[in-house]
Design a protein around this ligand. Structure first.
Ligand code: ADP
Length: 593
């Protein structure tokens, strides 16, 4: 490019020099020719003015030709005669050349003798002066009639001298042209350098800036157009750098946001090829980002109508199941339809937990209503009967009915109490009074308390305690509530003649309490649901035994608030083992408040 700029300048200057030379040359040669002819005509006219009389006399005298020739030859200077310029005397009647200044013998053929009559001579033969000049003819001449046209006196110049002069001028011009061209080339290179060096610098700078290197700015003191361009370029680079760093900042912010946001984000270009997929989206969809992915691979079952997306902020909200999750997907367009960088952005909300929570909340409300409705119906039924019957009912039946009403109210109280306990545990409102508890004493007391109930049902209750048991760090009342509930279940869901064993041992850093029974057991598929609220394996039996279906749920909450775990293993018709692990007081673990 720079080369071509130099070449252009060289070419322009060369053409300029050639054009100037051509104009000057043409003007000069034309002027010289015109001057030469005018000078010739003046010379002849001048001569004629002064010597025409004498010439006329000689033309009329004896031997006119010889006489005239002699006279004219003596005026060589005045007539400017030379090798190229001669005079001729022509016989006016015959048109024969009768005299001339030509040294024909001496010339020896070096110069062709002039023998043809010129138009001017013919004019003079008619008695008039012939002085027409034809620029194209190889000569120029003037012819005068003498003695009324009997003779014609003509001076003819065959242009040899003029041509020589013109050629000399031409060669001088040619040399000047060569010199001019050499100077032009030299100047054009110097000129080109003054333009190309700043342009080259600017080009280097632009290349660096295009690669993102803004460390150097173009500097110039020049006030010409290139100087202005350089300064403007520098300002543009400054603006570009600021804009780029702003864009980078924004991009970094967005990258950090995309990387850490809890919602999934997937972006596709207008052809459906993936652009971005943040870690949350990869987790939710169970996919790993691959730049080759397309929309249909990311969302195989998500068919949307493109017309529902628009530039005016329209978006599509759709529930989508993938990777065992329920997602709420918001699809919106970014950029404009004609924009090459437009596409579709999908924001993914994982609503699996929320959906589960919603359904368990609905289930819970249904369960509470159901659990309370049964005793309420009974209370209402028996009360109505008592009221309707008035005094018609015997004392024994009345007593029985009142007993039922009392039991049902008691059941409702139990349920409400348990629900209240759960709600307090849920909202962290239950105050835990953490103290060091002698676990052996607590378990022994519970075993003793349960012994009567166990005996009633013909069940053997035994305990074993490991050596050097550490204390528990726990809330006494809550811990007693948990252990009592587990042991009561082991008795409740046992078989007559069965046994319950409570074992306590220390497995650092936990104290492990195991309650095993030889009861009816629990089907494997029910075990994971045992800790759900109101979940019962055998509903009839549980109710009959006064259970609310909330015992294990409460036990789990309490144990977890003590940083412990509770676990159930069971075999149908063989027995169940419930294992509780609570951090020991000296294990260094802080229990939750
Ligand atoms: P409930 O008040 O009904 O006993 P729980 O939450 O304590 O409620 O227990 C939930 C269910 O788990 C019970 O209804 C019962 O079906 C089953 N279950 C609990 N413990 C045992 C056990 N030791 N043996 C067999 N089934 C049990």
């Amino acid at each position: 490019m720079l080369k071509s700029l130099q070449m252009k300048l060289v070419l322009i200057l060369m053409l300029l020099v050639i054009a100037v030379m051509a104009v000057v040359g043409t003007f000069l040669i034309n002027s010289v020719t015109a001057y030469n002819i005018a000078e010739f005509q003046n010379q002849v006219a001048n001569f004629f003015q002064h010597h025409s009389e004498e010439l006329e006399q000689r033309a009329e005298g004896d031997q006119p030709v010889e006489s005239m020739e002699e006279m004219l030859k003596s005026y060589t200077r005045a007539l400017g005669l030379s090798n190229s310029r001669n005079f001729y005397i022509v016989d006016g009647e015959t048109g024969q050349f009768v005299g001339s200044s030509e040294e024909r013998e001496e010339a020896g053929g070096a110069q062709e003798p002039f023998t043809d009559l010129t138009p001017n001579m013919i004019t003079a033969m008619g008695g008039e002066v012939g002085q027409q000049i034809n620029a194209l003819s190889p000569y120029f001449d003037v012819a005068m009639p003498l003695d009324g046209g009997r003779y014609v006196f003509a001076v003819v110049d065959n242009k040899t001298e003029l041509n020589d002069l013109t050629w000399n001028i031409f060669t001088i011009l040619l040399r000047s042209l060569m010199f001019g061209l050499a100077v032009a080339i030299m100047f054009s290179f110097i000129l080109a350098r003054t333009i190309t060096v700043p342009v080259q610098n600017l080009t280097k700078m632009a290349t660096r800036i295009a690669k993102g290197d803004f460390s150097q700015r173009p500097q110039t003191d020049s006030s010409d157009e290139i100087g202005t361009l350089t300064r403007t370029f520098g300002e543009m680079a400054q603006v570009l750098e600021t804009t780029l760093s702003e864009v980078n900042g924004e991009r970094n912010k967005l990258n950090t946001l995309f990387l850490h946001m809890a919602d999934g984000m997937v972006a596709f270009d207008k052809n459906g090829h993936i652009l971005h997929m943040n870690p949350a989206a990869q987790r939710m969809l169970g996919l790993t980002f691959d730049p080759q992915m397309t929309y249909t691979q990311v969302f195989p079952n998500l068919n949307i109508d493109d017309s529902d997306l628009g530039e005016d902020g329209k978006y599509i909200e759709i529930d989508y199941a993938a990777n065992k999750r329920i997602l709420k997907i918001f699809l919106a367009m970014f950029g404009t339809q004609d924009d090459d960088y437009s596409g579709v952005m999908a924001v993914l909300h994982d609503i699996t937990e929320q959906t589960k929570l919603d359904s368990s909340r609905r289930e819970f409300v249904a369960n509470v209503s159901h659990e309370l409705r049964t005793p309420l119906t009974n209370v209402k039924g028996y009360t109505e009967t008592l009221l309707d019957a008035g005094d018609d009912i015997d004392a024994e039946t009345r007593q029985k009915f009142l007993g039922v009403i009392y039991n049902e109210s008691d059941r409702m109280t139990h349920i409400v109490k348990d629900l209240l306990t759960l709600s307090q545990l849920d909202y962290g409102r239950m105050e835990m009074e953490m103290t060091e508890l002698p676990v052996q004493m607590i378990v022994s007391n519970i075993a003793s308390a349960m012994m009567i109930e166990a005996k009633n049902q013909n069940i053997t209750l035994t305990t074993t305690f490991g050596d050097n048991l550490p204390n528990l760090l726990a809330d006494r009342a809550r811990m007693e509530q948990v252990i009592t509930n587990i042991v009561a279940n082991a008795v409740k869901y046992n078989k007559p003649g069965g046994s319950v064993h409570i074992g306590v041992e220390y497995q650092a850093p936990h104290v492990v309490i195991t309650v095993s029974d030889t009861g009816m057991g629990i089907p494997q598929e029910d075990i994971p649901r045992l800790f759900e609220r109101f979940y019962r394996v055998d509903k009839a039996r549980s109710r009959e035994k006064g259970g609310t279906g909330l015992g294990l749920a409460i036990a789990k909450e309490i144990v977890e608030q003590h940083n412990g775990t509770i676990q159930v293993e069971s075999q149908l018709d063989v027995g169940t083992t419930v294992t509780i692990r609570i951090p020991a007081a000296d294990s260094g673990q802080e229990a939750a408040q």
